[in-house]
Design a protein around this ligand. Sequence first.
Ligand code: NDP
Length: 329
Amino acid sequence: MFNALLLTQDDAGVASANITQIDDSQLPEGDVTVAVEYSTVNYKDGLCLSPKGGGLVRNYPHVGGIDFAGTVEASDDPRYAPGDKVVLTGWRVGEVHWGGYAQKARVKADWLVPLPEGLTPRQAMAVGTAGFTAMLAVMALEDHGLTPDKGEVLVTGAAGGVGSVATAILANLGYDVAGVTGRPDTEGYLTDLGISRVVPREELSETTKRPLEAETWAGCVDAVGGPMLARVLGQMKYGGSVSAVGLAGGANLPATVIPFLLRGVNLLGIDSVMQPYDNRLRAWKRVASDLPMDKLEAMIKPAVLADLPQLGADILEGKVKGRVVVDVN
Ligand code: NDP
């Protein structure tokens, strides 16, 4: 028997979470059983933990946790053997398949990657889906020609998970990083991560009728979407690119096509869930080499399974700073 944070639904369709003892026979089908060491809390975890499952969880009882790191306990797949350290992000684990909020998980071997060299399971989950996606976003900007000499790079939702990791990576790579935050009290934290200036959220949250503003940003990692992304598009330098990662500020995009047509701006979609295996390995390798581990350590808020319902609610309200690391044991 082992512990899981089990989500169950009442007759009114409202889900609640309780730490429950379950056994191996209750785990879903899969090739590899993993003794989970750490999981984390991403924005999507907040949705899955919410009373209606955020439109993502279809079946209850359910175990959330969209990512985890741990040690292979049993494997029917030749790529993994007991004792191997592994990481999982994406593939709708924690949404439609049981995830990492338990001491064991059973998944498809295709969904796993070996723990990247140079990272511990705890560090891998401090990065987690949010940080892995931040790396994908930076790689996409680089693939579209961004280099530190091109000018200032903006990170929106800077004090959140995606934003914190993107900031630390970009600053370490030599970029001049500006960060948008709605929490002025995080300025010291962001400065320590390497930000050179804070842009108050109010400055970019109002819509404008002007499709183009002063050319300001050479690149942007956007975790916010909505009206803020529309404003950022109009402020991009000629030929600059925006990696669209998130929707913490809304899914609508009240923009015009003018920045694309007159300034050759690129809007790059970033999806972490279905990333091909080779690009996952590339991104994790880059995380291990380009994210300073002391900066990662400064982002960590430690937690245990019992903290998750509250943390899930907090992240949906934009109250979580940096990255939560959940020790499931
Ligand atoms: P966090 O909550 O940790 O970060 C989001 C940040 O956005 C907040 O910390 C806050 O930053 C800012 N924010 C919150 N609400 C608003 C608002 N109404 N207007 C403007 N800014 C706001 O979440 P994550 O970092 O885990 O995820 C960020 C986004 O990225 C989410 O939308 C998530 O779904 C998405 N995502 C997408 C992935 C993909 O594959 N495309 C993978 C991972 C995440 P501050 O306080 O500094 O203003």
